[in-house]
Design a protein around this ligand. Structure first.
Ligand code: GLN
Length: 473
């Protein structure tokens, strides 16, 4: 897939006709939807209405937005007015939001063309995209394998060439994991960098919307459009958007790159280790300096994450009671309406998490689990802060293995949770992290490398990511 910038240039210059491009693309979406189950809806009407507006703008020589004419696919937990936002759940199957998420408003303001909503794990709970109420998403590199979750549909849309850019959300790895498994770039921004207004909440202190893209440059472009303060999200930060294209011109010379030893222990696939080592050697040759560092509490990250995420989820999902949104089950009285709706509407994984979350928040267990997890979270955060006094960026694998077979881990939730080992810490600490493809394993499956930086230093991720991308070619 050509980069977003090149595609925009050709569309803006009139080298590609918007009409024929989108006519072909929307039918390609239909076929990708059938082959990979990656989309929940194709937004034909919105796309064609946008195309009409852009054509009029071109005709009248009006200024063109930074995403002029570029197709974008949006994860189905981000509200898009007048189209269902299902979160891949039966409980929201018929929920049509009357408003746009802030990120949607920003895409439209820059003349992007939204072509589809992407399939995902139900309520973004999952690592493999097998938890969708609409069936699993298939990896285009091998359709017997998972694409990674929970933003699997968004990653597949990019990997299948439907779009150079898509939006996902990342609570514990859901942008980076599918990016790694599908061979695309995925960024989890710093907590607070991108507005969550209009993102259906899973675990509010961890959730961030982030770009998936065919290359680092396209990810940077999309990030620069969606990032920035929003008065409708009280956790959104005032940030300055750097000149990312200029950052991406710089080499890695003189940068200090940390290798946290806890991320290279047992359990890391041998081929992933070898390709990361080869990349490190190339980066040394370009003048980067590597430093061995330690984040000793990493071993508690999974337990900490699943306690906090499930606790927040159990509270956030209390709103689906048959009264306010979506599904309302048959009932005889108020209580049976609540219970039947939740029983019928939620899938098994969502129910498991609501129960776990309710348990760790209950009076007798709060101190033993939730409070303890919050304490560990503070320690992890401090460990990251300390390490960034010594290094500019951390380099790790994104996932312990390449894409596994559909069904391989679905009966063992603990095993599934362990596949998040390298991604959850960034969410707990709130720092930005990006997955960049660095090659393939012996089965020809993509391998991802993860870069993590200090709060609000997305610039260094784009800079190092661009170098990694070039060296991986
Ligand atoms: N796999 C993790 C979970 O299931 C992360 C999901 C996400 O980032 N949304 O919670």
């Amino acid at each position: 897939m050509e980069s977003a910038l090149e595609l925009r240039r050709r569309i803006a210059a009139g080298e590609i006709s918007l009409d024929s491009y989108y006519e072909a693309l929307l039918s390609e979406c239909e076929s990708a939807k059938a082959r990979f189950n990656c989309l929940t809806a194709i937004t034909n009407q919105l796309a064609m209405a946008t195309v009409e507006r852009l054509k009029t703008n071109m005709k009248n020589d009006r200024p063109k937005g930074r995403l002029f004419g570029l197709p974008v696919v949006v994860k189905d937990n981000i509200c898009l007015r007048d189209y269902p936002t299902t979160c891949a759940s039966k409980i929201l199957e018929n929920f049509v939001p009357p408003y746009d998420a802030t990120v949607i408003g920003r895409l439209i303001a820059e003349d992007a063309v939204i072509i589809a909503k992407a399939n995902m794990d139900e309520f973004a709970m999952g690592s493999s995209n097998e938890n969708s109420a609409f069936g699993p998403v298939l990896n285009p590199h091998d359709i017997t394998r998972i694409p990674g979750g929970s933003s699997g549909g968004s990653a597949v849309a990019v990997a299948a060439g439907l779009t150079p850019m898509a939006l996902g959300s990342d609570t514990g790895g859901s942008v980076r994991q599918p990016a790694a498994h599908c061979g695309v770039v995925g960024l989890k921004p710093t907590y607070g960098a991108v507005s969550r207004y209009g993102l259906v909440a899973y675990a509010s202190s961890l959730d961030q919307i982030g770009p998936l893209a065919c290359d680092v440059e396209s990810a940077a472009l999309l990030y620069s459009v969606i990032a920035g303060h929003d008065e409708r999200d009280s956790t959104s930060a005032e940030i300055s958007i750097c000149d990312y294209p200029a950052e991406m011109q710089k080499s890695v010379k003189g940068l200090r790159i940390g290798l946290p030893r806890e991320y290279f222990g047992d359990g890391l696939d041998g081929e992933i280790r070898t390709s990361i080592e080869a990349m490190i050697a190339q980066m040394k040759f370009e003048g980067a300096e590597f430093v061995d560092v330690s984040l000793p509490h990493t071993e508690y990250a999974i337990a900490t994450y699943y306690i906090i995420a499930d606790a927040e989820a159990s509270s956030n999902l209390a709103r689906y009671d048959g009264v306010k949104y979506g599904l309302r089950a048959k009932n005889d009285d108020l209580l049976s309406m609540y219970t039947n709706t939740r029983h019928e509407g939620f899938g098994a994984e969502v129910k498991r998490r609501i129960m776990l979350g309710t348990y760790v928040l209950s009076a007798g267990y709060y101190d033993a689990y939730y409070q303890k997890a919050m304490n560990v979270r503070s320690i992890l955060k401090r460990e990251f802060a300390d390490v960034y006094k010594v290094v500019d960026v951390l380099l790790t694998p994104t996932t312990p293995t390449t894409a596994f077979k559909i069904g391989e881990k679905s009966n063992d939730p603990l095993e599934m949770y362990l596949s998040d080992i390298y991604t959850v810490s960034a969410n707990l600490a709130g720092v930005p992290a990006m997955s960049v493809p660095i090659g393939r394993d012996g089965k020809n499956l993509p391998i991802g490398l993860q870069l993590t930086a200090k709060h609000f230093d997305e610039a260094v991720l784009f800079r190092v990511g661009k170098a990694v991308e070039r060296l991986a070619k």
